[in-house]
Design a protein around this ligand. Structure first.
Ligand SMILES: Nc1ncnc2c1ncn2[C@@H]1O[C@H](COP(=O)(O)OP(=O)(O)OP(=O)(O)O)[C@@H](O)[C@H]1O
Length: 715
């Protein structure tokens, strides 16, 4: 029976076709998938570099490009193009095998030779004096990483990552991955570990060349081409892939992503980290799907959860796209953490408590400070209560005296601690008497009740955006599933922590050591936007939620694009007018309104932008509102978390707004908290900027935010 593979690059081409042509493509290729292609005529291409590459008639105008094994036992769908272009494309391409992984590589020999000659000329120019990009890597190491002779020749001529990027499309994917890792500062050993881990799984050693030559080497190589070739089993599977041609993430997981998503049962909690846009959410979705394939699981036995309601809705929509089988889909429930906490809030405490927000709490703290004659600001008390008392479930003065205050920068004398404890008790008593609770208290009450339940509501838990959960929410989540294989799967990035909710998984009894992995390739944002946004975090030291430090080594983008723009205005009306003009410009070039996202630090500025846009006849919709509503999406930077847009404006990034003064603890009150608050605000700007796929514009009026200094200084 023939093996059919679909190359990753095929789908974006297919997505661009008109519906009638797509239908014809479906028809022709379905014959391959259903193995009824015996009569289908594959044309040889005169002067082809690779005799296995053929074209196939789709319509009078369109041709498919296919690599076929001589025996007719395997086919690889590569492209679909107008007739002449298809012939030229096919003539210049060669299908080879990666030296390390044995996976398929499709290369344009002619373009690569031209590029090599160009770089050779540049290299011999007298002005070429900067060091070579891969000077520090030996030929032996390059060979070990699967870099073949042709690619090594050209990469030895390169002097910058820009030059490597310029070559990007001409270098086969796995080799590019290796070179990009080296260029991003990873050692050859670290790159090798990553590649070997991804491509040489111990349980499935690569077939030897001699062995594969006897059989169908194309079919064997396709099976080793994880991440860019999907081996299709039947016409139904092909139709399913072709139904969502824009959603490459459904089918083409990077080997690192797939390894984690489809890992054999983890013997306890597992965790995935990685910079913005590296596909943590994608992996969490695939992991949930993987777990849900277990036919023994009843409905709703997997909980996929995250911090906010709108993110949970987004996850749910994406699961619907990912999972075709309604029975499998029904095994996964998607709900945000606080809804879960309320659901499991014990009945004896009343039906449900009213949630008290920060503003109301601060009013109460202020009153108590006056009554108790304390010389501390209300924000300090609130933080001390949330980050020490609630975080560690402190219930007595003795416990408070002994509590771990790491992360708090102001030392408290024992007498002051006793005084504070009396205030905390009074505060809590007042809330109880009036039926108020914070979300953290609701979560802890739910945790108590869940711990006492012999039958847990879920079998598996998958958590996205984990960096923002308060310890109380973790306690509840820990209690919602029994300990055991695949109990918790956690995705998060501490560089994106935007709420003051730090937690150490270890101290909460969640041990992920040995079951942690990191993603490094950003699929969302162009290299330009990524470098610019990452510069905002320069010098920041961030924890890894497991009592270590996080870093962004090897973090890189998979494609190039336009550099971000900054726009400075004299006053607010001018900035809003500038934003309206920019949006109008984008819409005029065919960008759809729903793929434009605008955020600002305050809700009010967003409302004013919305008014400006509406007055100009441009529809707007609030972030977090009805997903189906038409219009440019507008919301606060906080609401942007986890989302993405084709074009993004981050507005009102002025010195007086970012960082938001009311969110920053005074340095004299608590220097450590002061730094943490600044970090949260910086992360928030980073989160808002990294939502952009193609275009990013950051604007302000008056003086720019101090956070923009690293990017404005470098122009
Ligand atoms: N293997 C892949 N192939 C193609 N696209 C991918 C792949 N993995 C992720 N993506 C795309 O990259 C984008 C970012 O993915 P995702 O939202 O999962 O990243 P993330 O790490 O959770 O991001 P953030 O932390 O910034 O919210 C999405 O558009 C997703 O579809």
């Amino acid at each position: 029976m023939a093996t059919l593979g679909l190359h990753r690059e095929f789908l974006p081409q297919y997505a661009k076709l008109e519906k009638t042509v797509r239908d014809r493509v479906d028809e022709v290729f379905a014959k391959f998938a259903a193995h009824t292609h015996a009569g289908v005529h594959l044309e040889k291409v005169t002067g082809a570099k690779d005799s296995r590459i053929r074209t196939i008639r789709i319509t009078g105008f369109w041709r498919g490009v296919v690599a076929a094994h001589d025996s007719g036992s395997s086919y690889l769908l590569l492209n679909v193009l107008p007739h002449d272009k298809a012939t030229e494309w096919a003539r210049n391409r060669r299908v080879t095998e990666n030296k390390l992984s044995g996976g398929i590589e499709v290369r344009n020999d002619v373009a690569l030779a031209t590029a090599t000659n160009n770089f050779r000329r540049l290299d011999s120019a007298p002005s070429a004096s900067s060091p070579k990009l891969f000077e520090h890597v030996s030929d032996a190491d390059l060979g070990r990483l699967g870099i073949d002779d042709d690619i090594r020749t050209v990469c030895r001529l390169l002097r910058s990552t820009d030059e490597l990027d310029a070559l990007g499309n001409l270098i086969p994917e796995t080799q590019y991955d290796a070179l990009a890792g080296l260029a991003a500062g990873m050692t050859p050993e670290a790159v090798w570990q990553e590649l070997a881990h991804n491509h040489l799984p111990a349980e499935e050693p690569r077939a030897s060349t001699a062995e594969s030559a006897d059989t169908d080497e194309l079919a064997a190589a396709m099976k080793r081409s994880q991440g860019y070739i999907a081996v299709v089993n039947d016409s139904e599977e092909l139709a399913d892939i072709l139904e969502w041609p824009f959603d490459l993430w459904r089918v083409f997981l990077h080997p690192t992503q797939r390894r984690i998503a489809e890992h054999a049962p983890y013997n306890g909690p597992a965790r995935i980290t990685g910079g913005a846009g590296t596909g943590k959410t994608v992996v969490a979705l695939h992991r949930a799907h993987h777990l849900a394939r277990n036919p023994a699981l009843p409905e709703s036995s997997i909980l996929l959860t995250t911090f906010t309601k709108n993110l949970a809705e987004e996850l749910s929509r994406n699961l619907d796209v990912l999972i075709g089988d309604p029975v499998v889909r029904a095994r996964i429930e998607v709900t945000n953490v606080d809804v879960i906490a309320r659901r499991h809030f014990p009945q004896q405490h009343g039906k449900s408590s009213t949630i008290i927000d920060r503003t109301d709490r601060l009013v109460r703290w202020r009153r108590l400070i006056r009554q108790h004659d304390l010389d501390l600001p209300e924000s300090f008390l609130d933080q001390e209560w949330r980050q020490v008392v609630l975080a560690q479930e402190v219930t007595t003065a003795e416990q408070y005296r002994a509590a771990d205050r790491r992360g708090r920068g102001k030392a408290l004398a024992p007498t002051l601690k006793d005084k504070l404890w009396a205030v905390f008790e009074e505060f809590t008593a007042q809330l109880r008497a009036e039926g108020y609770r914070t979300f953290e208290e609701v979560a802890d009450a739910a945790a108590h009740s869940l711990r006492a339940q012999p039958d847990k509501p879920y079998r598996h838990l998958v958590v996205d955006e984990a960096q923002d959960l308060h310890p109380s929410r973790w306690r509840m989540l820990r209690a919602i599933v029994d300990r055991g294989a695949d109990d918790l799967f956690i995705a998060g990035d501490t560089h994106q922590r935007i709420y003051d909710n730090k937690a150490s998984l270890r101290s909460l009894g969640i041990h992920v050591s040995g079951r942690s992995a990191k993603l490094r390739i950003n699929y969302r944002t162009s290299r330009e936007i990524l470098l610019w946004s990452t510069a905002l975090l320069l010098g920041e030291r961030v924890d890894d939620m497991d009592e270590g430090e996080e870093n962004l080594t090897g973090y890189r983008s998979s494609f190039r694009g336009e550099p971000p723009e900054t726009a400075s205005f004299t006053d607010k009306p001018a900035e809003i007018a500038g934003i309206v003009d920019r949006v109008r410009g984008w819409l005029a070039t065919g960008v759809s309104a729903e793929t434009i996202g605008i955020s600002s630090r305050t809700g009010q500025f967003g409302k004013d932008i919305a008014k400006g846009l509406e007055a100009a006849g441009i529809d707007t919709a609030q972030l977090g509102g009805d997903a189906g509503q038409a219009g440019v999406r507008i919301g606060t930077m906080h609401k942007m978390k986890g989302l993405e847009f084709r074009c993004v404006i981050v507005a009102d990034v002025g010195a007086r707004v970012v960082p938001m003064p009311s969110a920053i603890t005074d340095e004299s009150v608590d220097p450590q908290q002061h730094q943490q608050d600044l970090q949260s605000e910086r992360n928030l700007l980073f989160v808002a900027c990294t939502r952009a796929r193609d275009l990013l514009c950051v604007s302000w009026h008056g003086q720019p935010s101090e956070f923009l200094r690293p990017v404005l200084d470098v122009g």
